[in-house]
Design a protein around this ligand. Structure first.
Ligand code: ATP
Ligand code: MG
Length: 336
């Protein structure tokens, strides 16, 4: 079976963007792919979150994986820091990556500006290095496919470039990964600023639908979502002219599994306010169900830790194989 890898960093409360961009695809993949779903805790150290928050957030994230239908008997769920090989490969790949190519990463540039402008903090090297750790996450498992949101496309391309570089120097070491990015829903936008990606680290919570939001705040956030002042107030998909409405259409389409052009036909003559009511009804129904399942898992911490432990044991075996292979090709002498 082809190998599939995906991860989320426990750097904040998960959002509807995380769900629609990646997690909604995960359970469907389990029969046809060998799936690894990772909680990227080392990545979240690039933004310094409090000890108690990180600990809680890691277990929250595993619970959401399960609530989204990931079955630990079919897929490997694990915590990144439990598989030391990620950091080891990270160092090796650092030595084959260029400062200039990392400087071109748009996510780094955006996050750097946000941190400098809003928090007046210095930028840590981890934030700059993040794409190489991500490359290690992916390449360590000889991954074929990576379901990600569109914001991660550039990072997967970088991963392929690094893999190609090592393959041409040392023979075929790494499988080249392909990103799986759906046409719609792969970049859910902020509600009040629909030209900006919805992110769990956004300082304005009104921009974001969190998976744990209560229904009244979902309703009010959708109601206040930015639309446009086009006179006809028609509902159709147009990212340039109608970014806010298009964003709500993408969310609606992902939740109903209906194509955007069919939805636009069905919504003919419907006013923006009515459309927003329909979207929040669907969102609320979906979130209530997801939250119910989430809380069922979340209250059983020993079960969550057991899954992560067993997942890490399986992931370590695969990771060790790749790492041994590259170590010996580089000329590093094996320990035994
Ligand atoms: P942060 O602000 O901390 O970077 P994030 O919301 O971007 O948080 P990540 O953990 O960086 O979340 O990303 C996890 C996955 O979710 C990635 O595959 C990413 O592409 C996807 N993703 C994140 N935001 C969105 C979004 N707005 N729309 C679609 N997919 C998204
Ligand atoms: Mg992100």
């Amino acid at each position: 079976k082809p190998i599939l890898f995906s991860a989320i960093q426990p750097s904040g409360k998960l959002t509807i963007g995380n769900y629609i961009g990646t997690m909604r695809h995960w359970s469907k993949m389990q029969d046809d792919y060998e799936c690894l779903y990772c909680v990227a805790d080392l990545h979240s150290l690039t933004v310094q979150v409090k000890h108690s928050f990180l600990e809680k957030s890691i277990l929250d994230t595993i619970s959401f994986y399960l609530a989204c239908g990931v079955d630990p008997n079919k897929s490997i769920i694990f915590i990144q820091s439990h598989v030391h090989q990620h950091s080891q490969l990270n160092w090796i790949l650092n030595c084959f990556s260029q400062f200039s190519e990392l400087s071109r990463m748009t996510q780094f540039k955006t996050k750097k500006t946000i941190i400098e402008n809003n928090y007046f903090k210095k930028i840590n090297v981890g934030l700059f290095n993040y794409p190489i750790l991500m490359a290690s996450d992916i390449l360590l498992y000889q991954t074929n496919f990576v379901p990600v949101g569109r914001d991660q496309k550039q990072h997967v391309e970088l991963t392929r470039n690094i893999a190609n570089r090592l393959n041409s120097l040392y023979g075929n070491i790494f499988t080249l990964p392909t990103p799986l990015i759906s046409e719609y829903g792969s970049k859910i936008m902020s509600l009040l600023e629909p030209k900006k990606k919805m992110s769990k680290s956004d300082i304005n919570e009104k921009n974001v639908i969190f998976l744990l939001d209560d229904i009244s705040s979902v309703v009010s956030k959708v109601k206040n979502a930015m639309t446009d002042s086009e006179k006809s107030s028609k509902i159709y998909f147009d990212l340039e002219k109608k970014p806010g409405i298009s964003n709500l259409l993408e969310i609606f389409s992902a939740l109903t599994n209906k194509e955007i052009h069919i939805l636009s036909q069905e919504l003919e003559g419907v006013m923006y306010s009515e459309f927003k009511n329909i979207v929040s009804e669907h969102l609320s129904k979906f979130l209530l169900q997801l939250q119910q399942s989430y809380f069922k898992y979340r209250c059983n911490e020993s079960y969550l830790k057991k899954i992560a432990y067993e997942g890490a044991l399986k992931a370590q075996l695969k990771a060790e194989k790749t790492l041994n292979d590259i170590n010996s090709k580089l000329g590093l002498i094996p320990f035994l």
